[in-house]
Design a protein around this ligand. Sequence first.
Ligand code: SF4
Ligand code: SF4
Length: 160
Amino acid sequence: MPGTKADSRKRSKSKNSNGSRRIWKTPEQRRLERDAPQVIPMYKTEKERRLDEIQKWMDENLPPPETPEWEALCTGCGKCCYDKVWEGDRLLLLTSACPQLDHETNRCRVYAERFDIEPLCLPIGPEIIEMGGLPEDCPYVENYPGYRGPKVVDKSLDEM
Ligand code: SF4
Ligand code: SF4
């Protein structure tokens, strides 16, 4: 008989608020959902985390790159332009230098285009700091906690 309380309860359970019928998932659909590949979070590698830490330290402790304050930190020692080679996990800082280094002034002859001209020339940033490529007395890293720069050796690249 239509209109009983039992019937209206059934109807309210099987319809949603705008009156359309609910669509129930079949067991197969539920199984497919349960077994679907989960999104795997992407974790950063140890090196990526270290580069992030260095970048954070630079942001908090150095002037913004390319500003006059940033450039003024450089003492012009030229040592970051000396050749370096790996010995185990540490760089050696040699007595020979990049061909673009002017030994009279200790300045780069091609500063504006240095990254195009010298593929091994790295900007001062997390990568070169992470590999310990700047000398320990360089003002860009001298206050970096625990920084270990290259080991100075009295040999040129030709002697290695
Ligand atoms: S080692 Fe540091 S201070 Fe020396 S030239 Fe390079 S950036 Fe400048
Ligand atoms: S190209 Fe780079 S490494 Fe070579 S002298 Fe210039 S700044 Fe230094």
